[in-house]
Write a protein that binds this ligand. Structure first.
Ligand SMILES: C[S@@+](CC[C@H](N)C(=O)[O-])C[C@H]1O[C@@H](n2cnc3c(N)ncnc32)[C@H](O)[C@@H]1O
Length: 328
């Protein structure tokens, strides 16, 4: 049974939110993001992840206009951003994924509303397309703000980048490569217990030695948009590893994550896997998300694709212990 109920059944009806899935950890509604956010009490959630339509004219189905005038799009965005701030607990984290063009406007608004800027994470696009008189876009922005000082910031281990052709490591980690904590490498690819992939960044016996493992603000190992062969639906869908990383970094098990633009349910899938409570809504078709969550409940874990390909990497000489961690 679900252990928390942030939105009363009466409010759900009044706001026109329809419950379409429920598990021990969360509830998915079908309905509008603003109605969903409005229904939540002040200061009740630990993380918000928002991946709104980018206003690029995509077809998300009935009820979604993805081609608004810029000022309309921004006015709408400010409504859900402002509500997001309201429902966040003090110290809670807000992540917003969008094009740099919109992130810069969102950032200005969030600064003005007193939110604390943490990072503009650049999520590298594996492919860049020529754009006439402009440079080729090479990243999406992932804004990371907190409501005051962060209540939770866990150190997340990230994979060492390797060359997809020869398998050799791309960087030398400023000469600190030998100090790598073998436990830390590539666990995001292979772990099964959530506590294996993060630790409290403020503790640790030897902070200097593990410093190199800290997540950087350029994420080039995650495909920002899933490849067709892995998708659960036709429209946009993020890779689960991206949400798993965010949730592992900014929350602890038992805390509450929400996503007002649920799509195929990537956030809810990751939250379930990492034992966080979650709530979310999607205005359009919720079937892909429901199927995905039902599959997970039946034990189906998704393989996630990597922008780096599946090539096995070179094992450093005399270090066979790292085989499993380095290959995926
Ligand atoms: C970029 S997609 C999110 C994809 C999602 N992160 C995933 O991994 O599947 C944006 C989603 O927001 C939904 N959406 C658009 N306007 C909405 C609104 N007013 N309220 C709730 N959902 C909305 C769209 O139908 C679409 O599924």
């Amino acid at each position: 049974m679900l252990h928390f109920h942030l939105i009363s059944p009466l409010t759900t009806i009044n706001q026109g939110l329809i419950e379409v899935y429920q598990s021990d950890y969360g509830i998915l509604y079908q309905g509008d993001c603003l109605k969903f956010l409005n229904a939540l009490p002040d200061g009740c959630v630990d993380i918000i992840f928002a991946d709104p339509p980018f206003n690029l004219g995509k077809d998300y189905g009935k009820g979604v206009n993805d081609q608004m005038k810029s000022d309309e799009y921004l006015a709408w965005s400010k409504q859900w951003l402002s509500e997001s701030i309201r429902v966040l607990k003090p110290g809670g984290s807000l992540f917003v994924f969008n094009l740099p063009k919109w992130c810069i406007e969102y950032g200005a608004y969030l600064n003005q509303k007193g939110m604390l800027f943490r990072h503009w994470i650049a999520c590298r696009m594996p492919k860049a397309f020529p754009r006439g008189q402009r440079m080729s876009p090479a990243h999406y922005g992932l804004l990371y703000y907190t409501k005051g000082d962060p209540a939770v910031f866990n150190k997340v281990y990230t994979p060492i980048q390797v060359c997809r052709h020869c398998g050799g490591e791309i960087r030398d980690y400023g000469g600190h490569r030998k100090k790598l904590n073998p436990k830390g490498i590539n666990l995001m690819d292979t772990w099964d217990a959530p506590e294996d992939v993060w630790e409290d960044a403020s503790t640790g016996d030897n902070a200097e030695e593990t410093l190199w493992t800290e997540l950087e603000e350029m994420w080039s190992d995650i495909p920002p948009v899933r490849h067709r062969q892995h998708k659960n639906r036709g429209a946009n869908e993020l890779a689960p590893i991206m949400l798993e990383r965010i949730i592992a970094m900014a929350s602890n098990p038992g805390q509450i994550v929400i996503d007002p633009f649920g799509g195929s349910g990537t956030t809810f899938y990751a939250a379930e896997k990492l034992h966080r409570y979650w709530l979310g809504t999607e205005i359009g078709d919720t079937q892909p998300a429901v199927k995905r969550l039902t599959d997970l409940a039946n034990g189906k874990i998704e393989e996630w694709e990597s922008a780096r390909g599946k090539k096995k990497v070179k094992i450093p000489q005399n270090d066979s212990t790292q085989l499993d961690l380095f290959s995926y």
